[in-house]
Write a protein that binds this ligand. Structure first.
Ligand code: ADP
Length: 552
């Protein structure tokens, strides 16, 4: 290497003096901050691979900053300047490699494969090999206060840095589209941070050299501290990553670093006191800001956690409910057989198959038969509830002569209407078609609407049965002038076993009817709903699409 150190130092001295305040202000705090953040993250995340890489980044960066500072301060010691300046690019290239390494491990959550490690460090070895040669720095021209560098070498370094930056961007963009939403946000922040830092580092240096305005290089250094801080935060708080918190902490830290750095170059005591007060205020308000953002995030996380727990509890309840329905179905199924047997035995007893009974015995047997019929109905209703709940309702559409079908139902309900002296109004066409419907379920539904209307209407009230067939749809409604359903309970009325508060303790019932009716109508592609006003009356509606027999 040639040395070119004329003795005229004045030009260089002037430049150094011009920037000396800024030099300390930018270099010392940024080197220290980066170094301490690196150590803090290392301990906080218990020496994880990511924290080790980050520590290496902060170490190399601090090293680079200190070396850079030494060159500035000892510009007149020619051999020292040459010795430090020559290998400085090795550190900056190493910084890029470490950032790439960080990106990989951050996204992939595992170490790099050995061959990728080798490949990614090839440009570094080229830089190292070129360091002691003329391809690197040939001289330091103190008259101009610039280094005499080989342009091949300097452009090689720029391209290498751009190459690594591009590698980081392409890899992150590719990965961005393959991960979940939550992780995407982290990748975006991390990569943006790294790239802004690396490129600002590259261009700040380049700009400073091109324009001889050295403030650019110094400003570039502050960005680094913030980004090392952000990356460190990403590692430490990996699970509770939150951009708001990072932003507020980064803001406060950089503010504190900037204010404290002023101590390096203020010479006046009043200014020292003022800066000290500013520092304390910034610290107090900064801590308050970070704390309140943290509290807000914690509260949000608590709510999110509660929501997850609530969902789990809900899932468990649903599963328990399903098991209960399963059990209900099994029990009802087991009960159905003996109840039917008892019913038929009572029938044959009443028919005199087992010998004649006296009047008293007949009356008792009749009551028993009535109760057996009720019990059988209840058991079959429970079985239906469990089937609907488990989505196992089995419909068996069959040809149904609607004239006969409705006549039968209205006949069954007749005695109750007479008993309660109700004014029963029937509106229906004289002739009705034969259609395909599930007889048992449809009958249960219409019967339920009618028996409820009768049951919940006081003596002497009015019940209207209205039936129409329009455009292949059966529309049926049953209105009454009964007790009605309280408004606030109307949303629950189709629920399993739900009984409104105004009838719960006064009228008998089990709350299964409407649940099964709605399930049966919807199972056949229809709709069921109601309108009601408490104390005035209720109207239940059904709509069933019909398929006439013989028509496709
Ligand atoms: P149940 O009648 O055996 O109680 P349902 O499932 O048939 O069971 O009805 C559920 C609830 O809906 C009833 O308990 C009652 O509160 C309300 N309800 C149904 N029909 C009427 C009606 N016509 N008038 C007033 N309330 C009704």
């Amino acid at each position: 290497m040639e040395f070119n150190f004329p003795q005229n130092l004045q030009y260089c001295q002037r430049i150094v003096e011009d920037v000396s305040g800024l030099l300390y202000y930018s270099h010392i705090p940024s080197a220290l901050a980066a170094f301490f953040i690196g150590i803090f993250v290392l301990f906080k995340s218990k020496f994880s691979l990511l924290s080790k890489i980050l520590f290496s980044i902060s170490l190399v960066f601090s090293f680079w900053v200190v070396a850079n500072l030494l060159i500035w301060i000892f510009y007149y010691k020619n051999s020292l300047v040459m010795a430090i300046w020559a290998p400085i690019e090795v550190f900056s290239v190493l910084l890029y490699i470490l950032c790439l390494y960080f990106t990989y491990v951050f996204i992939e959550k595992k170490d790099l494969s050995i061959w990728l490690k080798y490949i990614s460090t090839v440009p570094l070895f080229v830089t190292i090999l070129a360091t002691p040669t003329n391809y690197n720095l040939t001289a330091f021209d103190i008259q101009e206060c610039i280094s005499v560098e080989n342009s091949l070498y300097t452009s090689y370094i720029v391209y290498v840095k751009l190459f690594y930056s591009l590698w980081i961007i392409l890899f992150s963009v590719y990965k961005y589209f393959t991960v979940d939403k939550f992780f995407r946000k982290q990748i975006l922040i991390m990569t943006t941070g790294i790239i802004i830092f690396l490129l600002s580092f590259l261009f700040a240096g380049y700009l400073a050299e091109e324009t001889s305005v050295f403030i650019y290089e110094a400003i570039g250094l502050f960005g680094m501290v913030v980004f090392i801080g952000v990356l460190g935060y990403l590692i430490v708080k990996f699970k509770t990553f939150n951009i708001k918190l990072i932003a507020s902490q980064a803001l406060v830290v950089s503010l504190l670093v900037l204010i404290s750095a002023q101590f390096f170059f203020i010479r006046n005591n009043t200014n020292r006191i003022l800066t000290g007060i500013t520092l304390i205020l910034a610290f107090v308000f900064g801590s308050y800001l970070v704390k309140s953002v943290k509290r807000e995030i914690e509260q949000r996380e608590n709510i999110e956690q509660l929501a997850v727990e609530l969902k789990d509890a809900n899932d468990q309840l649903k599963e328990l409910d399903r098991q209960k329905d399963e059990l209900l179905g099994i029990v009802a199924h087991q009960l159905a057989k003996p109840i039917t047997a008892i019913r038929w035995d009572l029938e044959s007893l009443l028919d005199g198959d087992l010998g004649q009974m006296n009047e008293k015995q007949k009356t008792e047997a009749n009551i028993m038969r009535g109760q057996a019929v009720n019990l059988a109905d209840l058991v079959s209703m429970i079985l239906d509830v469990s089937r609907i709940q488990l989505g196992r309702i089995q419909l068996a559409p069959q040809p149904l002569n609607l004239n006969e079908f409705f006549a039968e139902i209205l006949q069954v309900i007749q005695p109750q209407i007479i008993q309660k002296k109700l004014n029963f109004i029937k509106k229906m066409p004289k002739t009705l078609p034969t259609v395909l419907l599930d007889k048992r379920y449809t009958r249960m539904t219409v019967e339920n609407m009618l028996t409820n209307a009768v049951k919940y209407t006081p003596d002497g009230g009015k019940v209207t049965f209205d039936l129409k067939i329009e455009n292949g749809v059966l529309r049926c409604s049953v209105s009454d002038t009964g007790c009605g359903i309280p408004k606030e309970e109307q949303g629950k009325i189709f629920g399993k076993m739900y009984r409104a508060s105004n009838v719960r303790n006064t009228v008998e019932g089990n709350g299964f009817g409407l649940y099964v009716a709605k399930g049966a109508i919807e199972g056949q592609g229809g709709k069921m709903w109601f309108t009601s006003e408490e104390g005035k009356g209720t109207t239940f509606f059904i709509e069933l699409p019909l398929k006439e027999v013989g028509k496709k």
